[in-house]
Design a protein around this ligand. Structure first.
Ligand SMILES: *[C@@H]1O[C@H](CO)[C@@H](O)[C@H](O)[C@H]1NC(C)=O
Ligand SMILES: *[C@@H]1O[C@H](CO)[C@@H](O)[C@H](O)[C@H]1NC(C)=O
Ligand SMILES: *[C@@H]1O[C@H](CO)[C@@H](O)[C@H](O)[C@H]1NC(C)=O
Ligand SMILES: *[C@@H]1O[C@H](CO)[C@@H](O)[C@H](O)[C@H]1NC(C)=O
Ligand SMILES: *[C@@H]1O[C@H](CO)[C@@H](O)[C@H](O)[C@H]1NC(C)=O
Ligand SMILES: *[C@@H]1O[C@H](CO)[C@@H](O)[C@H](O)[C@H]1NC(C)=O
Ligand SMILES: *[C@@H]1O[C@H](CO)[C@@H](O)[C@H](O)[C@H]1NC(C)=O
Ligand SMILES: *[C@@H]1O[C@H](CO)[C@@H](O)[C@H](O)[C@H]1NC(C)=O
Length: 398
């Protein structure tokens, strides 16, 4: 029973197939075709006719416009002047292919157009109900794609493509970035062409967050452009820097902060000549002293690592009074105060409650000898006071 049902289904399918396969006066055409002024266009077309039941061999294909003017005829003298040199059948008319090429396309070629066939010794038929128009594209944008994520130093590949119904000459592709370009022209079905320009270049971190622009210049001068999505370039840290206060006093704490330019953002480590001291972008160095050695910051990400230059803390130490002595002659007193300091100093003297400035100063390297000449008055004590950015020192003599 099931087998008989299947047989019926198969017979039915065969019958419908023969029915629809039976030929009649039909034409297959798109209702519109896109074109660019100055370029060429191909209208894909196929036609059919009822079986003449005899051999026919003389086929004349004719294309007409809405006013029934002949825009194509195999005999050029029958074609209107305006189209005479610009239209051509590109398929084999004897094989039911009526595809028409117009080259170069003019703004006045909108159509609509229709096809007509003359079959010698058989019949003539105008497929006037099926018309095709030309739609003019004024802003023909290419499509662009690009490697979206790349590690610095690896190639970025971008492609820019256009599709055209016909190829009279390749459009020119221009890229906003330099590199090696390669043009590929491929014919698709229905006479369509795909033109793809491929750009390859070695990525650098300067390409990060940038997009590429592709400009296509067609025959006839029309241009179209498209910008790609942005490229994400992963790169190892650069410009690794440590920020800290420029001057530190002995015994103080110093906040050190490391920064870098990196993608993805870096992690930070601190170390001295022997050990890793800390992980993290900021490092609080406590109780600095003359013995605080050289420090470095390392910025690390998935791509690589780079160290900062060694950190030099500009340490400020208080002055040291090496020697202070006075001699008196009558009511005059002369004092010499010898001070050692790594930064500029200010020295003054206190005689009882009088504050006096130096008489002369003699600097030799880190040592400064300051002289005071004054009336001794009723002074019981003399004090030399030295100040610098790192602190102060004083010595009193009776
Ligand atoms: C990068 O592209 C250039 C140019 O196309 C090619 O010569 C090179 O081999 C490519 N390098 C890699 C790593 O793919
Ligand atoms: C052309 O071909 C390329 C590669 O196959 C494809 O990625 C692109 O989308 C095509 N472009 C057009 C406009 O058809
Ligand atoms: C890249 O773009 C992202 C998102 O717009 C932004 O957050 C980031 O700071 C940019 N990076 C650079 C290096 O310009
Ligand atoms: C700071 O360091 C000095 C020696 O360099 C030490 O004598 C002192 O105790 C330290 N102070 C603190 C608070 O750790
Ligand atoms: C590093 O190690 C050496 C040898 O053990 C030592 O002499 C030096 O003081 C150390 N330096 C620091 C900054 O700890
Ligand atoms: C201190 O100064 C006095 C007077 O100039 C001198 O006699 C003495 O040798 C000096 N002492 C030192 C340690 O320099
Ligand atoms: C000595 O006195 C002069 C003039 O008052 C002053 O400019 C200079 O800073 C003083 N020198 C020191 C070491 O204090
Ligand atoms: C003198 O020095 C002592 C400690 O060395 C300090 O306590 C004092 O405040 C200083 N006096 C002046 C006037 O600088």
């Amino acid at each position: 029973m099931a087998a008989i049902n299947w047989l019926l289904v198969v017979m039915f399918l065969c019958f419908t197939a023969t029915q629809s396969g039976a030929s009649s006066w039909t034409v297959t055409l798109p209702s519109s075709v896109k074109g660019l002024v100055g370029s060429c266009v191909v209208i894909p077309c196929s036609y059919n006719y009822p079986d003449p039941k005899k051999t026919v061999s003389q086929f004349t294909g004719i294309w007409r416009d809405q006013r029934n003017q002949v825009i194509y005829h195999s005999d050029p003298s029958k074609t209107v002047q305006e189209y005479k040199t610009r239209t051509k059948l590109v398929g084999k008319i004897t094989q039911k292919d009526c595809s028409l090429k117009i080259d170069p396309l003019q703004q006045s070629d909108q159509g609509p157009f229709h096809f007509e066939i003359e079959i010698g010794g058989y019949d003539t038929y105008s497929y006037a109900t099926k018309e095709v128009s030309i739609t003019f594209v004024s802003d023909p944008k290419p499509s662009v794609s690009v490697t979206e994520e790349v590690v610095e130093g690896h190639n970025v590949t971008a492609s820019c493509s256009v599709s055209q119904s016909c190829l009279s000459s390749s459009p020119k592709f221009t890229w906003s970035h330099n590199g090696v370009t390669h043009l590929e022209t491929r014919q698709l079905k229905d006479g369509q062409w795909n033109l793809t320009s491929t750009l390859t270049f070695v990525s650098t971190r300067d390409d990060h967050n940038k997009s590429l622009k592709c400009t296509v210049t067609y025959k006839g001068g029309l241009k179209g452009e498209k910008t790609s999505s942005v490229i994400k370039v992963k790169y190892a840290p650069v410009n690794v820097k440590v920020d800290h206060t420029s001057e530190v006093k002995q015994g103080e704490d110093v906040m050190l902060k490391c920064s870098s330019d990196a993608n993805p953002p870096a992690n930070y480590q601190w170390f001295n000549e022997n050990n890793t001291l800390h992980q993290g972008q900021s490092y609080l160095l406590t109780n600095v002293s003359r013995h605080t050695g050289i420090l470095l910051c390392a910025a690390v990400n998935t791509v690589g690592q780079r160290n900062s230059t060694p950190v030099h803390l500009n340490m400020l130490f208080p002055p040291e009074i090496k020697n202070f002595s006075c001699s008196s002659e009558g009511d005059k007193v002369q004092c010499l105060c010898t001070v050692e300091s790594s930064s500029p100093i200010m020295v003054h003297f206190v005689l009882s409650d009088r504050v006096l400035s130096n008489t002369s100063t003699n600097v030799r390297g880190l040592t400064t000898i300051v002289t005071l000449q004054a009336e001794s008055g009723s002074s019981e004590s003399v004090r030399c006071v030295a100040n610098n950015k790192g602190g102060h020192a004083n010595v009193t003599i009776m």
